[in-house]
Design a protein around this ligand. Structure first.
Ligand code: GAL
Length: 376
C-alpha cells in the first residue's frame, strides 16, 4: 500500500437521476500533483477537471453542469462527453457499407452529428468500475450498443477508460471497441477548455499550436469536400504559436462561424503512435495543455455556438469562451474512400488513446528537465 492517491480506489457518489429514472454515478480521480478529475456514468462524461496554475492555485478548466438535469437540457452542447458511435458529421446521415445503405438521424440539418439522437453515446448511462494501482487511479466505463441502435449496424461493445497517473498532471482516455458486424467507429471526448477557468469570458487570448500542415476543407454544412489542403497562407495555420483571436474574424462569415475545422496531424506515426497534436496556453494563469493522441486528426472548435448558458457554480459560458480539441478520424470518413478507414470489422479491436497533459509556464523553458524540449 502507498499513501498516495493511487492507493485508494475511487468511490462512486450519486450525481443524480436521469429523467427516465436511472441513477447516475460520479467518480473522483486524483493525482499526487494537484490534478482532480470527476467523471460520470451519463455519457462517460468528464464533469470537472481541476488543475493548478503558476501559483499552485487550482481551477476547474472544463465546462459542464452541477446536475444531471443540466446535462439533459438544451444548454448542453456535448460538454465533456464521450462522443459517438461516430463523432462529427456524416453527410445527410447516409452511408453505404457492403452494398447496404444505412440511414441515420439527421440531427444537425442536413447532416448527422455526434452519433445521433436519444441513444448517442453522450446520452446513455454507462456501467462503471473504478480501480487503482501503483501507477494511478481510473474508471472503466462500458456500454454495449445493440445492433441497429441509432441506425448503426452491429452490436458495438465499447470501453472508455479515464486514468489519472500518480504524478505528471495527466488525464489519459483510452477507447476500446469490438463489433459483431462491420460498422463505422469514430470516438472522441468533447471537453471544452478554458485554461483561465471555466466561465472566464473568452478564449481568444489563449495561444494555440497545432501539429498540422493540412486540413480537410468543407462545404457550408461542414461536410468535407474530400480534398486535403495545406494550411499555408490561411487562418488555419497554427504551426507557430498563435493567438486564437488573431485571425478568427474572416472565419465568422463562413459556415464554420469561427474555428470548427478538422486538422490532419503531421507526424509520420499519426494514426499509430501517440503524437503531440496540440498545445494550448493561457498567459495569466500560466496553464498549458498538451494533447497527445494516436488518432490521425483533431477537430479544433472555438465554441462558436456557446450562447451564455449557465453552467457549474452559476457561471455563464459566453460565445467563444472555451475550445474543444477533439482527437478523432476525419469527419464523414465513411463517405470518402481517400480518408483513413473508420470501419471496424468483427474480430478486430478498436483501440485508441488521448492524453491531456497539464503544465505551468513557470516550470518550463529553463533548459533543465524535458520542459524545454517538449515545448510546442
Ligand atoms: C463540435 C462541432 C461543432 C458543434 C459542436 C457542438 O464538435 O464541430 O460544429 O456541432 O460540436 O455544439
Amino acid at each position: 500500500m502507498t499513501t498516495s492517491a493511487s492507493g485508494e480506489e475511487p468511490v462512486a457518489e450519486q450525481f443524480g437521476m436521469t429523467k427516465d429514472g436511472q441513477a447516475v454515478e460520479l467518480f473522483t480521480l486524483k493525482s499526487d500533483t494537484g490534478l482532480v478529475a470527476k467523471v460520470m456514468t451519463r455519457g462517460a462524461t468528464l464533469v470537472q477537471l481541476h488543475v493548478p496554475d503558476n501559483d499552485g492555485k487550482s481551477a476547474d478548466v472544463v465546462l459542464g453542469f452541477d446536475s444531471v438535469a443540466g446535462y439533459e437540457s438544451e444548454d448542453n452542447q456535448y460538454f465533456g462527453c464521450t462522443t459517438g458511435r461516430v463523432c462529427n458529421r456524416i453527410a445527410k446521415g447516409k452511408f453505404t457499407l457492403d452494398g447496404k445503405e444505412y440511414s441515420l438521424a439527421v440531427n444537425n440539418e442536413p447532416n448527422h452529428l455526434h452519433g445521433g439522437g436519444e441513444k448517442s453515446l453522450d446520452k446513455v448511462v454507462w456501467k462503471a468500475k473504478s480501480f487503482s494501482n501503483d501507477k494511478g487511479q481510473g474508471v472503466r466505463f462500458s456500454y454495449s450498443s445493440p445492433d441497429g441502435e441509432e441506425g448503426y449496424p452491429g452490436q458495438l461493445d465499447i470501453v472508455v477508460t479515464y486514468f489519472v497517473p500518480v504524478t505528471g498532471n495527466r488525464l489519459n482516455i483510452t477507447y476500446n471497441a469490438t463489433t459483431d458486424k462491420a460498422t463505422p467507429v469514430n470516438l472522441t471526448n468533447h471537453a471544452y477548455f478554458n485554461l483561465a477557468g471555466a466561465g472566464s469570458p473568452s478564449v481568444l487570448d489563449h495561444t494555440l499550436r497545432l501539429n498540422a500542415d493540412r486540413y480537410t476543407p468543407t462545404d457550408d454544412t461542414l461536410i468535407p469536400t474530400g480534398a486535403v489542403d495545406s494550411v499555408e497562407g490561411t487562418p488555419l495555420d497554427f504551426r507557430k504559436v498563435t493567438k486564437i483571436g488573431q485571425r478568427i474574424e474572416p472565419l465568422t462569415g463562413t459556415g464554420a462561424l469561427g474555428y470548427d475545422h478538422n486538422f490532419v496531424l503531421n507526424a509520420p506515426e499519426a494514426g499509430k503512435k501517440l503524437v503531440l497534436a496540440a498545445a494550448l496556453r493561457e498567459k495569466t494563469s500560466g496553464r498549458i495543455l498538451r494533447v497527445r493522441t494516436d488518432q490521425p486528426a483533431i477537430q479544433f472548435y472555438s465554441g462558436n455556438f456557446l450562447k451564455g448558458q449557465v453552467g457549474k457554480e452559476g457561471k455563464s459560458y459566453a460565445h467563444r469562451s472555451a475550445i474543444c480539441l477533439e482527437t478523432q478520424h476525419y469527419p464523414d470518413s465513411v463517405n470518402h474512400s481517400n480518408f483513413p478507414n473508420t470501419i471496424l470489422k468483427p474480430g478486430e479491436k478498436f483501440q485508441s488513446t488521448t492524453i491531456y497533459e497539464f503544465a505551468v509556464a513557470g516550470t518550463e523553458g529553463n533548459g533543465k528537465g524535458d520542459g524545454a524540449k517538449k515545448k510546442l
